[in-house]
Design a protein around this ligand. Structure first.
Ligand code: ZN
Length: 493
């Protein structure tokens, strides 16, 4: 189970402050305080905690907590959201005129009608009026690369010009764009130098605004495979491009590569089983890994309880991965009958990443020479064929999880994927289900996100208009709350 809150930078771990739910409720001054560690404690507690050893801190804290328990109920920080329309469980019918009580970053209760804090016994609760709006769970993008959205030649130059520090600042900007677009959770499927792992932890600690992040760290690849960083650069430069991070050959090497990702904090393992469209090499898009190598990666990931996401275009790679029992196929461009059958049998998710085509179109329109020859041929092929697999997967009953591959397409434009999903065989109900309930299941976070129910994180968004009749309204999200904290409130009254 991946941890959502990697709290090693926080001075006091929340778990240690949490003997009962009642105490926690009294401790937190505001939903956003959840992320702020020490700063979230009442001033008297903060002062008295200074310069004490951990056992002493705990003893003192328990005493103070006992005192705080005697405080009136008004000390409880809570928010009430009044929703005109509420799609609390995507896939089921929306509800009308519902009030959600949020305490301590989590949904505490849903009740019919427009109620205020007093009706919930919490007269000081903050009231957020979304009676004119359509409220639904925060969206989840199962496939992003927050470190940038340059492509082709531009990206090749950035790879050698930018330091990990440069990349980290860019990733922080992209995280902000992503959550502003209504995506409150993302799964990052490949970066280098631990940039996204650090961003994940900084967001969880409240230092940077962004979506919850699950990261694969660096994609595992065989040499000359999709994740080999040396492809396309002249040989003298290879020594400066670190392949040891993720490139493996043979069973032992591939086991080691997974363990390296685990050691550096990966929540999920990503492997490239076939060639890649953006790899700067002309070796096709079929399988480029032997079965024993793929199996070694998957088995090692399982040893550590990690899920496996597989980059695959060619049908041979898709089927090999599904036979070996992976959790998701990313792209899945050439999906044949065997692949369809294996998807349904195994229950793996298909993550279509149709938005890539938007990125290719935009770059080629701006600069016809944006891609070098080897890559350009693959891109033109992908533009032509993308969407066909989804058209086959939907009627076959394959489980679909929303994922854009943002980074190839623009960050903050994640919701453009909905339109493409509908163009290629889905409807608004199933597309929103893919971006909430299904994506939460793929990420292993169904108990925390994906629907708006008591006990789950208060991750919710609001739009002006009905996304079940016009899914494009999701491109203009006007309210975003993550873990009870309002990230943007422009649509609220
Ligand atoms: Zn990707």
């Amino acid at each position: 189970m991946p941890s959502l809150y990697c709290s090693r930078t926080r001075p006091i771990r929340r778990e240690k402050l949490r003997p009962t739910g009642v105490w926690t409720t009294n401790l937190v001054e505001s939903p956003s305080a959840y992320h702020a560690g020490h700063a979230s404690l009442p001033a008297i507690v903060r002062l008295s905690l200074a310069h004490q050893s951990e056992p002493a801190v705990l003893t003192r804290l328990l005493t103070l907590l006992a005192l705080l328990l005697l405080a009136p109920a008004t000390a409880i920080a809570a928010t009430v959201v009044q929703a005109g329309k509420l799609l609390d469980r995507p896939g089921e019918a929306p509800r009308t005129e519902v009030s959600l009580l949020i305490v301590d970053g989590q949904i505490s209760e849903l009740r019919e009608g427009y109620l205020d804090g007093a009706a919930f016994g919490l007269p000081d609760a903050e009231l957020i009026d979304l009676r004119h709006a359509y409220v639904l769970p925060g969206l989840i993008d199962s496939h992003v690369h927050l470190t940038g959205d340059k492509g082709g030649v531009e990206r090749a130059i950035a790879n050698v010009e930018n330091s990990p520090a440069d990349t980290a600042f860019e990733a922080a900007v992209n995280a902000r764009k992503t959550i502003n677009a209504g995506f409150t959770t993302v799964r990052n499927l490949g970066d280098r130098d631990g940039v996204i792992r650090a961003l994940r932890d900084a967001v969880a600690a409240g230092k940077v605004v962004g979506p919850r992040i699950l990261t694969a760290n660096t994609m595992i690849s065989t040499s000359s495979g999709h994740g080999d960083p040396t492809l396309g650069y002249r040989e003298e430069l290879h020594a400066g491009l670190d392949r040891s991070e993720n490139v493996c050959d043979g069973v032992a090497g591939c086991r080691r590569a997974v363990r390296r990702q685990i050691a550096t904090g990966a929540d999920v393992i990503k492997m490239g089983i076939t060639g890649g469209v953006n790899s700067r090499i002309s070796v096709g898009l079929g399988a480029q890994m032997f079965e024993d190598e793929a199996q070694a990666i998957i088995e090692t990931a399982r040893l550590y309880g990690r899920k496996v996401a597989v980059h695959a275009h060619g049908a041979d790679g898709i089927s090999m991965a599904l036979r070996l029992g992976v959790d998701s196929i990313e792209h899945g461009t050439l999906l044949d009958d065997e692949g369809l059958r294996l998807f349904v049998e195994s229950g793996a998710f298909y993550v279509p990443t149709l938005s890539t085509v938007n990125g290719y179109h935009a770059r080629l329109a701006a600069n016809p020479d944006a891609y070098s020859g080897a890559v350009l041929a693959k891109i033109l092929w992908r533009i032509d064929i993308t969407g066909g697999s989804l058209e086959r997967a939907v009627p076959a009953g394959v489980k679909i999880a929303f994922g854009t591959d943002a980074g190839v397409s623009k960050h903050g434009r994640n919701a453009d994927e909905f339109e493409l999903m509908i163009k290629h065989g889905m409807n608004p109900t199933s597309a929103i289900h893919a971006a909430t309930v299904n994506a939460a299941e793929l990420l292993g976070l169904s108990d925390q996100i994906g629907t708006l129910e008591a006990g789950k994180q208060a991750d919710l968004i609001a739009v002006d208009g009905d996304p079940l009749s016009d899914v494009t309204v999701l491109k203009n999200v006007g309210f975003v709350m993550k873990g009870g904290e309002v990230i943007r409130g422009d649509l609220a009254k």
